[in-house]
Design a binder for this molecule. Structure first.
Ligand code: L14
Length: 245
């Protein structure tokens, strides 16, 4: 789950729903992708296979638990301080996170992107398809568990919105929650502690050809981290790929 080997060409970077066969050539190290990348690519894979994705614009709304226990405690203590009218102290993040939204995850790079944004871009090229054009804005929100993502997806082939919903419903690892009339859509506190990638708000983007919008939520510590590595371990046992160097 470390970032160390993710972009090393000789080591596979794997999400079973997307590129399980990449496991076949492993040399003892298999990397599990960044949490924001994993849930996005689980949702994009079936669409790419059927309609060929040209471009993706993603904005994330990321939980503090990605930064560890200290960040969870910082959100809780800042929330208490706010309620009690006390001074709010920030140490894990550069600014107050309680009652705030920070357009920064990890450090900034020379090109103006955050490291997290470049991880999503580079890992998508390695795991799914280097031909997909993709840009990302990654944002920290005062949520304990689950990353949410707004995905704008342009495809080569035309689609019907109903076809996309049906496709999502039958794809592995995905649960469709999409009934706006009854206020049904994925949200963080519903997805927390669960294994699936939840998608909803699927609708046509009328401002561009062959383009759709989708909302995607998953538990960043489950499918975004621990669960994905466990699934990889189970698969290498199943495929008889356990190798000791
Ligand atoms: O790349 O701060 O595995 O929410 C996971 C947690 C990147 C940062 C990774 C966060 C990290 C992310």
């Amino acid at each position: 789950n470390s970032t160390a080997f993710r972009m090393a060409p000789e080591h596979p970077l794997v999400i079973l729903e997307v590129n399980a066969d990449a496991l076949e050539n492993h040399r003892g190290i298999i990397a599990s992708p960044n949490c924001s990348t994993i849930q996005m690519l689980v949702a994009l894979k079936p669409i790419h296979d059927k309609y060929c994705i040209k471009r993706v614009i993603v904005s994330t709304y990321q939980a503090v638990s990605g930064s560890g226990q200290a960040a969870v405690e910082e959100l809780q203590s800042q929330t208490r301080a706010f309620a009690n009218g006390e001074e709010i102290l920030a140490s894990v993040y550069p600014h107050q996170i309680a009652f705030n939204v920070l357009p920064q995850i990890d450090v900034f790079l020379e090109n103006g992107y955050c490291k997290e944004e470049m991880k999503m871009i580079l890992e998508t090229a390695k795991i799914l398809d280097p031909k997909i054009k993709i840009t990302a804005t990654t944002v920290r929100v005062p949520v304990i568990a689950c990353h949410s993502e707004s995905l704008n997806i342009e495809t080569e082939k035309p689609f019907e919105v109903e076809e996309i919903k049906t496709l999502m419903e039958k794809s592995p690892g995905i649960v469709l929650e999409d009934d706006p009339e009854n206020n049904v859509y994925p949200f963080a506190i519903n997805a927390a502690g669960k294994d699936a990638v939840f998608v909803g708000r699927i609708r046509r983007d009328f401002s561009a050809e062959n383009t759709l919008n989708m909302w995607c939520v998953s538990d960043n510590l489950r499918k975004g981290a621990a669960l994905n590595t466990i699934q990889i371990a189970q698969e290498i046992v199943k495929r008889n790929l356990v190798r000791v160097q």
